[in-house]
Design a binder for this molecule. Structure first.
Ligand SMILES: Nc1ncnc2c1ncn2[C@@H]1O[C@H](COP(=O)(O)OP(=O)(O)O)[C@@H](O)[C@H]1O
Ligand SMILES: [Mg+2]
Length: 268
């Protein structure tokens, strides 16, 4: 089989190498006696979504938090846009598994909160917040409180908040885990649109192999603790096809199966 790269793909890879935002360099993490991560080396590019997939406890959340600057690494470095970072920064936004919304604040205030922390004026932050509330489909809910929303809607608030601070890097830790299957699929489709539109780097964690294959440009399979990179898979899926066509596509189903074969050795 010939492996010549078509001209348009060669161009693409050239842009890609200059578009690295996050560099993870030889990261190791111990919590006391527990070795959570060992020698993680990864690059993340603008305009791409990478998923971390691996058994529970393999260090996925830990790695996202180290990249976010919320947890210190035991050794190794994180570079953002070419500079070593040692704490949180405005280029990175974290969407937590449990949404982490303020229950006493409205949707509008929750979304604008990151901007409030940055000292953006109220008029300006509300303008930006309203824009992203619209982007995630929550127009009309600005004055509602978190308890008045469904799990899926609360997650949209978390995503709108992450977008509103205009970070280059979005760290999404199992954001759809509390959402039912029907809404989850809708979310996956919305997420793909955001990736295409927003030229950011998306780092996504999920338990679902199907979800990973559906949304990812690249999937990093991690081994059980201590988490190491065991395999990198790039599902080449034609995203221009309709969602139901993709979900039945042979290429899509083959990648799901390939990943399952890679992970089943770890199943209990
Ligand atoms: N703050 C902590 N203190 C001690 N151990 C921790 C802490 N956070 C995570 N761990 C341990 O590190 C390992 C990796 O955890 P985590 O990153 O949450 O994995 P995952 O997100 O892949 O399920 C687990 O064994 C977990 O118990
Ligand atoms: Mg986790």
């Amino acid at each position: 089989m010939a492996l010549t790269m078509p001209a348009h793909m060669a161009d693409h890879s050239k842009t890609a190498t200059t578009d690295v935002i996050v560099e993870v360099r030889d990261i190791c993490k111990r919590y006391g006696d527990v070795e959570a991560l060992r020698n993680i080396n990864l690059d993340f590019q603008r305009g791409k979504l990478t998923t971390l997939l691996g058994p529970s406890g393999c260090g996925k959340t830990t790695l996202l938090k180290i990249i976010a600057g919320l947890v210190p690494a035991t050794s190794g470095e994180i570079c953002i846009n070419g500079k070593v970072v040692t704490g949180p920064g405005p280029e990175r936004a974290f969407v937590f598994q449990d949404f982490a919304l303020m229950p006493w604040a409205t949707v509008l205030r929750n979304v604008a909160f990151g901007l409030e922390l940055k000292g953006v004026s109220q008029v300006e932050r509300e303008r930006i917040a309203r824009h992203y509330i619209g982007e995630v489909g929550l127009t009309g809910f600005e004055q509602k409180y978190p308890h008045e929303l469904s799990g899926g809607m609360r997650q949209r608030v978390g995503i709108a908040r992450a977008f509103s601070v205009n970070a280059d890097v979005l760290l999404l830790d199992e954001p759809f885990s509390a959402v039912d299957e029907q809404n989850r699929r809708k979310f996956q489709e919305d997420l793909l649109q955001l990736v295409e539109k927003e030229r950011k780097s998306f780092l996504f964690v999920t338990h679902s192999i199907e979800e990973a294959v559906y949304v990812s440009d690249r999937i990093v399979l991690l081994s059980p603790r201590p988490g190491r990179v065991s395999q990198i898979i790039e599902p080449l899926i034609d995203r221009s096809a309709a969602p139901d066509v993709i979900r039945r596509d042979k290429g899509y189903l083959d990648v799901v199966e390939e990943i399952w074969q890679g992970l089943r050795q770890y199943a209990e």
